[in-house]
Write a new protein. Structure first.
Length: 339
């Protein structure tokens, strides 16, 4: 059998559920922007079908879909260079998702740590969609034969599952059809932590707004949140080793590095021995300088929702051009008759 040669193609997605945090920006959006024009075809998705794995108020879902699209655009996703669309407009995601539900094994799903974390003791009360969602995520990626998937650290296990699904499909049907996708998880700030507890991930849904930076926060709020961020009494160390067992300190250093396109090592080199009273304002200034133009542009874009919808519709058309032939071929491989 000849090895299939796959174009270098990036696919990634974010759920439109609630606000966007600095974690989404550094762990995902900023890196999506950076991968444009680097020799990849880039496809970025607002994964609205994933959002409804937990209840979403319909009006809020529409708002969050447009706001996430505005965030992508304001951060530098170019809708000409990249394909930008929302998942539910390309039916092939659901169709391939079903096939992958029949490829993935229940035992594989049982190992997904994110489901266990989200479901907690209430697993029986969760939607079947939340349990099955990694198979839909695999469909999102493989529907485009994507070779590279930039994500934050929390999604690594799901991209590995995508590889298992591709491999099992290829083996079961004796084909070399789906590529074995690479997760791209590199650089600082792949796991941005909660500002009040450095052992927890920064997330949209947390008890207190003080524990996260939202992409729409104004300058004063950003400054206040960093000023009040938990730290320890030690100054900044002279090497990365000195951040060991200091999760809050490490987090602030990594955020600085991520925002300023530098390594954590070079941040340490610049701020060796600095007190938090010096570092935190510098970090707040940097965050405001990077995020303010983005939130201002997002607000402008949100004034014209019809234009956002038009862009998503156009993106979906382009996405279908790639997805539909791949789905048709998959149906043929599986043995579905088409008249
Ligand atoms: P979600 O908001 O859960 O749909 O996540 C969308 C993307 O943002 C995924 O690639 C996540 O890995 C990334 N992401 C979310 N929260 C964080 C975080 N605290 N640190 C780094 N990346 C994150
Ligand atoms: N599951 C991802 C998250 O919760 C979002 C997502 C859905 C995704 N489909 C994807 C990410 C495909 C990368 C590629 O963050």
């Amino acid at each position: 059998m000849t090895e299939a040669v796959h174009t270098r193609r990036v696919f990634s997605g974010i759920k439109p559920s609630g606000g966007l945090t600095l974690g989404n920006y550094l762990g995902a959006i900023k890196r999506f922007v950076d991968m444009q024009g680097q020799g990849f075809e880039t496809i970025y998705c607002v994964v609205d079908m994933h959002a409804i794995t937990v209840w979403q108020n319909p009006a809020e879902l529409k708002h969050a879909t447009r706001e996430l699209t505005a965030a992508y655009l304001a951060s530098g996703i170019d809708p000409e260079q990249s394909i930008l669309f929302n998942q539910s407009q390309v039916a092939a995601h659901a169709e391939l998702g079903w096939i992958f539900n029949c490829v993935a094994r229940v035992g594989w799903m049982d190992r997904m740590t994110q489901f266990k974390e989200k479901a907690g003791k209430n697993a029986e009360k969760q939607s079947l969609g939340l349990y099955a969602y990694p198979a839909l995520m695999a469909a999102d990626i493989l529907l485009y034969h994507a070779t590279h998937v930039p994500v934050g650290d929390d999604q690594k296990q799901h991209v590995e599952l995508t590889r298992d699904i591709a491999q099992k499909f290829n083996n079961d049907f004796g084909v070399d059809f789906f590529p074995i996708t690479e997760p791209v998880i590199e650089g600082p700030a792949m796991r941005v932590m909660n500002l009040r507890d450095g052992t927890k991930k920064m997330s949209k849904s947390g008890d207190s707004d003080m524990e996260r930076i939202n992409m729409t926060d104004d300058a004063d709020t950003i400054a206040k949140k960093f000023r009040k961020a938990k730290t320890d009494p030690e100054p900044l160390p002279d090497s990365l080793d000195g951040l060991k067992d200091r999760p809050e300190a490490r987090n602030l250093v990594e955020i600085y590095a991520g925002l300023n396109n530098m390594t954590a090592e070079s941040v340490i080199a610049e701020y060796t021995g600095a007190q938090w009273g010096q570092f935190k304002p510098a970090l707040a200034d940097l965050a405001v300088a990077k995020l303010s133009p983005i939130s201002a542009r997002m607000a402008e874009l949100m004034n014209d929702p019809a234009e956002i919808d038009r862009l998503l519709g156009r993106g979906a058309e382009r996405a279908r051009e790639i997805a539909e032939p791949i789905l048709a071929k998959t149906y043929d491989i599986v043995g579905f008759v088409r008249g």
